[in-house]
Design a protein around this ligand. Structure first.
Ligand SMILES: NCC[C@H](CC(=O)O)[C@@H](CN)CCC(=O)O
Ligand SMILES: [Zn+2]
Length: 329
């Protein structure tokens, strides 16, 4: 054919093939989720989330030391309060100064000064009803009370030393409320606000909810997480959160929402875009590898390269420990 039809020459070598990728996965792009138990010496495998554990404060440093040595740059913390009776309608335990996340933030800042600490901000792990906010009598979210509470928890985590707060609640207006309180507290200049701006309701969070004990006691999250079909709604939520002061926009889940990641990069072209390959995606890839559909390392890279191709420059990934071994850089 004519000369412009010949493309093979551009990717005939491993290096020229890597040059075809707009973004290449590096260790600095990865954020590793950690489940922090309030039982200090606990280290319990999470059956539904392969190779992931719920760890108490006393098990964190020995676990993280080798990973930090191998190049781990960032973790995102999820508290898993197990103590009986610690959950209530307001999620009081979320910002208990001796609570699992507050204690872990202080410990990790002290022990690993280079490690970038992201604190997930939500109430579902701490509320008796398991929803991501404070409820009205009719079971719907009270937006004002939820936003007030979520933003207070975010400030508490930032003041405990979190470099970044990431509200995963999906209450309307929480980004603006957190930003205003960060400014009032005089810490907006050194606290990153990462918004789970486009977070969809669906079936991909099961293993996490098992791990975090955060299954809603009734109903579902369909009235505050986005409907999977809502591309325009996601674009509006992304635009809103950028306008409210988000420093980073996150899309979640990732693999089934690559168009949303692409929209986020188009709308937030001047800012970093993150994506969260959630527990259900991770467990599904493990199940596929176990069933012999594909090699685990191959699908870990291919699924993550797709997330980067769509426009993400930051990936929250349960594969992080293995990527630290698989990536030489
Ligand atoms: N705050 C909501 C937690 C939410 C799951 C849920 O909707 O229950 C995610 C954590 N931010 C789940 C993450 C995952 O499934 O890996
Ligand atoms: Zn939640």
């Amino acid at each position: 054919g004519d000369i412009s039809s010949q493309l093979h020459g551009g990717y005939s070598h491993p290096l020229s093939r890597s040059w075809q990728a707009e973004r290449q996965l590096t260790k600095a792009m990865l954020i590793y989720p950690l489940f922090i138990s309030d039982q200090d010496d606990e280290e319990i495998l999470i059956p539904s989330l392969p190779d992931q554990y719920r760890r108490g404060i006393n098990k964190l440093v020995p676990f993280l030391e080798p990973l930090v040595r191998k190049g781990l740059r960032s973790v995102i913390l999820f508290g898993v309060p197990m103590a009986p009776g610690c959950k209530d309608a307001l999620g009081t335990a979320a910002d208990d100064p001796q609570g699992p996340v507050m204690a872990a933030i202080r410990l990790l800042r002290q022990r690993f000064p280079q490690l970038y600490i992201v604190a997930d901000v939500c109430l579902c792990e701490y509320t008796s009803h398991g929803h991501c906010g404070i409820l009205r009598d009719d079971g719907t979210l009270n937006n004002q009370l939820s936003v007030d509470r979520i933003s207070d928890v975010a400030i508490a985590y930032a003041q405990a030393g979190a470099h970044c707060v990431a509200p995963s609640d999906m209450n309307d207006g929480r980004i603006r409320a957190i930003k205003l309180k960060l400014i009032e507290a005089g810490i907006a200049h050194n606290t990153t606000l990462m918004s789970y701006a486009a977070k969809f309701s669906g079936c991909l969070y099961g293993p996490f909810r098992d791990a975090a004990g955060s299954v809603p006691s009734f109903g579902d999250r369909k009235c505050y997480q986005l409907p999977p079909g809502g591309r325009g709604l996601a674009r509006r939520a992304i635009q809103r959160d950028i306008g409210e002061g988000a420093d980073i926009i996150m899309v979640k889940p990732a693999g089934q929402y690559l168009d949303i990641i692409s929209d986020a990069k188009e709308i937030g072209q001047n800012m970093p875009i993150a994506a969260y390959q959630v527990s259900g995606e991770f467990a599904m890839l493990h199940a596929g590898a176990k069933a012999g559909v594909f090699d685990l390392k191959a699908i870990a890279f291919e699924s993550t390269e797709g997330i980067l191709r769509a426009g993400a420059g930051i990936v929250v990934s349960y594969f992080t420990p293995q990527f630290l071994d698989w990536l030489e850089s």
